[in-house]
Design a protein around this ligand. Structure first.
Ligand code: ZN
Length: 288
């Protein structure tokens, strides 16, 4: 995808077949939104893929990696994620980027599927995968996960994530803890987007008059923009999550902005616009 002068590439790790019934069984809602959900976000049988993918955004001569997925070699209580052996780095190279090319790694939050490739296993030790990058994590998110880490039960989805994927980066001096409104450089801002986790952040790009928001897990399926009350994965703060989704739709309408979520399949981007009082959605962005 492109927006403004930015080029965006997707690096996919794994995908899991899902069904819209796991989000909502509201037929009227689905029919009313079929015009933009079908066929990419909803097939003939109500199916779609939940994709675990990262974004590489090249803008202003810098390369930013957003949400580096689960990572290889990690034990996990969910079989889909257990001891992955995925050629993620090779796929990144096929897109034209080596690990040392990455200038910034931004984790929207610290769940297992958003910070895994922060590190990789080398000679029995977890070491940073991107040696030349600054890793950008929100301070509130870091503090919350640090405090919760020791008390996580063995089957928690994020058990061991802090020790494997966060601490080694901090120990190597590569991590910057930032506030909710943090200007990374001209045209790139980290903004708070609370709800899925308390410290969840999103990345706002503004280039040549176009806006794009990389929204992490603010929504897992685009139907959650049409009806922000549709829930899926657990949320730290449901009311805040719903408010964040409403704000995303407003931002998209006001700025004609793309909304690009972590787990939404191609064509990835969604835009909202106002037709009178009615919000109208479109899928897809300009392609490279
Ligand atoms: Zn996620």
């Amino acid at each position: 995808m492109t927006f403004g002068s930015a080029q965006v590439r997707c690096v996919e790790e794994v995908r899991i077949a899902n069904h819209i019934e796991s989000f909502t069984s509201n037929r009227d809602l689905l029919e009313a939104n079929r015009y933009w959900l079908y066929p990419h976000f909803l097939d003939d049988h109500g199916g779609f893929d939940l994709v675990f993918q990262s974004w590489i955004v090249e803008i202003g001569g810098r390369v930013i990696l957003i949400d580096p997925c689960n990572g290889n070699d990690r034990p996990h209580s969910v079989p889909y994620f257990n001891m992955l052996d995925v050629p993620y780095i090779e796929r990144m190279q096929a897109s034209g980027y080596l690990p040392q090319d990455i200038d910034y790694v931004i984790c929207t939050h610290l769940h297992h599927d958003h910070c895994g490739w922060n590190t990789r296993l080398r000679d029995g030790k977890w070491v940073p995968t991107f040696p030349n990058a600054r890793y950008i994590v929100r301070r509130l998110e870091y503090d919350n996960f640090l405090a919760a880490d020791a008390g996580l039960p063995a089957d928690d989805l994020n058990k061991g994530v802090f020790a494997r994927s966060v601490e080694p980066v901090m120990a190597a001096g590569l991590m910057d803890l930032v506030s909710a409104d943090h200007a990374l450089f001209s045209g790139v801002t980290i903004e708070g987007a609370p709800g899925h986790t308390f410290g969840h952040q999103m990345v706002h790009f503004h280039s040549a008059g176009q806006h794009a928001y990389f929204t992490g897990d603010c929504f897992h399926h685009p139907i959650q923009l049409a009806d922000p009350t549709v829930l899926f994965a657990g949320a730290d703060d449901t009311a805040a999550l719903i408010a964040t989704r409403r704000r995303l739709v407003e931002l998209s309408c006001e700025q004609d902005a793309y909304l690009i979520a972590a787990h939404v399949p191609a064509p990835y981007a969604v835009r909202a616009s106002l037709a009178g009082e009615i919000v109208h959605f479109t899928a897809g962005a300009q392609t490279l």
